[in-house]
Design a protein around this ligand. Structure first.
Ligand SMILES: C[S@@+](CC[C@H](N)C(=O)[O-])C[C@H]1O[C@@H](n2cnc3c(N)ncnc32)[C@H](O)[C@@H]1O
Length: 248
């Protein structure tokens, strides 16, 4: 019988514990069921590259905050080595121990941005933080996280992609739509319809107000900022989206 894995991960400390659990795959340690991420790395990378071209550019200076130890994490590191990128990756020591080293890979252990206290890094052509923002919103200082990342961008060409952001407003819109009802009936035929409730407090959940405030604050600070849809073939595209912030 296959074991039951809990995907309700609280945040940074929980990921440290998961990384030590030898019964979990790399994807599971990073909070993803294997059937959601197996074989998806190239599709996800292509979607990231379409928004953040420097992330895949040979020789680029690249930072990944919350790299994780999933198949995607490994693909990012392998590609950086092949393309002779200068890649800096940040995550907990336990998570970083799970991923390979590479000739021009620098691992920095500790939560971002506190880990910067050990020494300056950057500037970078591309900064990625993929499927991380929900944990920062829940347990840390969101603005400090984003603004610390923006300060690491190259002053003329740098760009930051905050990718794979679960947006509870987007999820509700989807499940209250015809497409969402059909999707639910097809994928979860034995479960009751999702309980969608508007006008209710949802502690620790990112919603439209948070996403739009990130854009407004970055724009007020002189950056161009956009919310972008995920490619339709990505597994959570109906309820997750990306934010791109770049120098004008
Ligand atoms: C859901 S996993 C995503 C991993 C990878 N980016 C991916 O998409 O496959 C979230 C990762 O973010 C890391 N993380 C959470 N908060 C962080 C912070 N403040 N600084 C650095 N890493 C953080 C966790 O340790 C975990 O490895």
């Amino acid at each position: 019988m296959s074991k039951i894995v809990d995907y309700d991960v609280a945040g940074y400390e929980s990921f440290r514990q998961r990384a030590r659990n030898t019964e979990l795959s790399g994807n599971q340690k990073s909070g993803f069921p294997d059937d959601l991420r197996n074989g998806q790395s190239e599709i996800i990378l292509a979607d990231i590259d379409s928004k953040l071209p420097a992330f895949g550019r040979p020789g680029a200076r690249v930072l990944d905050i919350g790299i994780g130890c999933s198949d995607l994490s490994r693909a990012i590191i392998a590609r950086a080595s092949e393309r002779q990128q200068n890649l800096v990756v940040i995550d907990s020591p336990e998570v970083l121990a799970e991923i390979q080293d590479g000739p021009s890979i620098t691992k920095i252990a500790g939560p971002f941005p506190d880990c910067l206290a050990r020494g300056p890094i950057g500037p970078f052509d591309a900064v990625l933080s993929y499927s991380v923002l929900q944990y920062v919103f829940s347990e840390a200082n969101l603005n400090n996280f984003i603004e610390s990342a923006l300060l690491l961008l190259d002053e003329t060409s740098g760009a930051l992609l905050l990718g794979d952001i679960p947006n509870s407003s987007m999820r509700k819109r989807f499940f209250e739509s015809n497409a969402g009802r059909l999707h639910h009936a097809e994928h979860y035929p034995d479960r009751p319809p999702p309980n969608v409730r508007f006008n209710a407090l949802e502690p620790r959940q990112i919603d439209d107000t948070v996403v739009l405030a990130i854009l407004a604050r970055a724009r007020a600070a002189g950056f161009q900022a956009f919310v972008l849809p995920q490619g339709a073939q990505l597994p959570m595209a109906n309820r997750r989206e990306d934010i791109l912030i770049k120098r004008p």
